[in-house]
Design a binder for this molecule. Sequence first.
Ligand code: PMP
Length: 386
Amino acid sequence: NRTLLMIPGPIEFDPAVLSAMGAPTASHLAPDFVEAFGQALERTRILFQCPDGQPFVLAGTGTLGMDSACANLVETGDAALVVNTGYFGDRIGNILERYGAKVSHVRAAPGDHPALEDVERALKTGSYKVMTITHVDTSTGVLADIKSLAALGQRYGALVVVDGVCSVAGEELRMGEWGVDVAFTASQKAVGVPPGLALLVAGPRALAALKARKTPVGSYYADWNNWLAVMQAYEARKTAYFGTPAVNLVFALDVSLGQILQEGLEPRFARHARISRALKAGIAALGMGQVPLNDAIAAHTMTAPRFPAGVNGADLLPLVGKAGVTLAGGLHPAIKNEYFRIGHMGAVTLGDALATLGAIETGLAACGYQFQAGAGLAAAEQAYLK
Ligand code: PMP
């Protein structure tokens, strides 16, 4: 059964990326691979907009990005502040605690974002080594104002860590200019490569903090000290070994990053914003609310519609699937059964958004929900063309 995969990762991948995945696996020491890995690292640095940052491309998932950021920056007893907008804020809090940090959270109700004043008040009262922010919390679709938050973190001397798993390559993120010390993502989201790679960039302050540690990094695999020489070697088109690179995934990553930079970061962010606007207009026209409380804090890489009154969520998504589009259920524990999630990132097109809305309309109709057929599609088109 062919369906369009419109979940917040993995997503639909470009055929050229998939064909790179399917090429015969080269040695990780082969000249072609050295070139591809070196180029992928250079392109990762450009994608994160961190000219003086050190990129790491590791076999693993987004959670490895979270884990390695925490493992390398935190020593037992350090204080850490989590700007928490949902499930992934809770997760990074747990990871920080695992490495011995004393963790405080600034929370907001599901769908809301903590006020900058609340974050500043917290920064004032503690002496935080690290402050983490989830750029787009995939459990709520809430978008954080990284520029303002990173400036605050810097002002109070915290290392600023951004979980960009649901944002990088889809939402604007200027690591260097905005004062972000570490950011990471995973391959299966807006970067547009099947699951299996964590991409992370560490800025100079983060690397200095690693050097200044008094105790060893609490994770062997995630220790940047083990990977630094490898990343630097490949970027210099040489080889070095610590753990075998995910050869096929790295080839695919290089292809995808090439496409991303070819499109241009600004046009790519604008495309995501435009498709998001269209999809959200379609959802609203069908009488559905959304988890983020307002547009200013709503992601452009995903949408989190609330099930309309009278529609049983457990019924709707399989019906949408039957109509040809795979969507995701809720993830935030407090509101899990009240909403669903649509991912629209990477190579996503207006056509994908319209197909999604069409399948949602078909599913709603099968649930007996009353609405004007085509209303969502028309509103999406109008918003797109505006
Ligand atoms: N952070 C965010 C914001 C995410 O959306 C995800 C994945 N949905 C993760 C971290 C964890 O990534 P992974 O599932 O690849 O480990």
